[in-house]
Design a protein around this ligand. Structure first.
Ligand SMILES: CC(C)(COP(=O)(O)OP(=O)(O)OC[C@H]1O[C@@H](n2cnc3c(N)ncnc32)[C@H](O)[C@@H]1OP(=O)(O)O)[C@@H](O)C(=O)NCCC(=O)NCCS
Length: 190
């Protein structure tokens, strides 16, 4: 698939804004990896057809245009690899929350850490933001490692903040301030 990237990360890796042509490959990726992905992404079970992904992409495009979210899909070597996005902006407080997922077969290579670093760099450079948050469900160690590697601070545990598959999960709040990022302590990532 040859689409103009939103952010080119390297020769193989790029981010693409939500658009209709991506519905089918995104659905196929979720469908192939659903057993793995559903563990931490409860929306997977309700994504049962390309139509569901088309609806999600349509909504995402509206939010991207309105500036209320920023949904992008990750492509690796021309194939959908996952997604990273701003799940909501809180403009009055100059902050946002980001979320992400990656295909199971390409995990363990530092891909998400690299993508997250580029995405954060883009957000601080282009949006009027002071703070970026990542919320991680208790027990999701792989996800927890991403903000830790990027220098986010763990700011506390929101007890039983997430109800998933009939069970309450604690949620850990991670945050990175623009000052932290600008101090350049994370320049090694680029
Ligand atoms: C969260 C998720 C994206 C993390 O994927 P990941 O592959 O572990 O993360 P990265 O791509 O950054 O890779 C890091 C791993 O690669 C290794 N690695 C190899 N080369 C690396 C490099 N150059 N830089 C950083 N890490 C590197 C790291 O040691 C780490 O492995 P480890 O966990 O065994 O220590 C993935 O597990 C996922 O999609 N989970 C399901 C969805 C989900 O939970 N989303 C988050 C909801 S909050």
């Amino acid at each position: 698939m040859n689409l103009r990237p939103f952010i080119k990360i390297d020769d193989e890796l790029s981010l693409h804004l939500a658009r209709p042509e991506l519905a089918e490959p995104v659905f196929n990726t979720v469908d192939t990896h659903r057993t793995y992905l559903r563990q931490w992404l409860p929306w997977v079970d309700s994504t049962t057809s390309v139509e569901d992904t088309k609806t999600y992409i349509r909504e995402s495009m509206q939010h991207n245009t309105a500036g209320t979210r920023l949904t992008t899909f990750i492509m690796l070597g021309g194939k959908i690899a996952g997604s990273i996005g701003v799940v909501h902006f809180v403009k009055d407080h100059k902050k946002c929350e980001i979320g992400y997922w990656l295909r199971e077969d390409i995990q363990g290579r530092g891909i998400m850490t690299k993508i997250c670093a580029s995405f954060i760099h883009h957000l601080f450079k282009t949006k009027d933001l002071n703070r970026i948050e990542i919320l991680v469900a208790g027990g999701n160690q792989k996800s927890r490692n991403v903000p830790l590697r990027l220098g986010f601070s763990s700011e506390g545990i929101l007890r039983q903040s997430l109800l998933m598959y009939g069970k309450y999960f604690d949620v850990e709040l991670f945050a990175l301030l623009k000052n932290d990022w600008e101090r350049g302590e994370y320049a090694w990532i680029f």
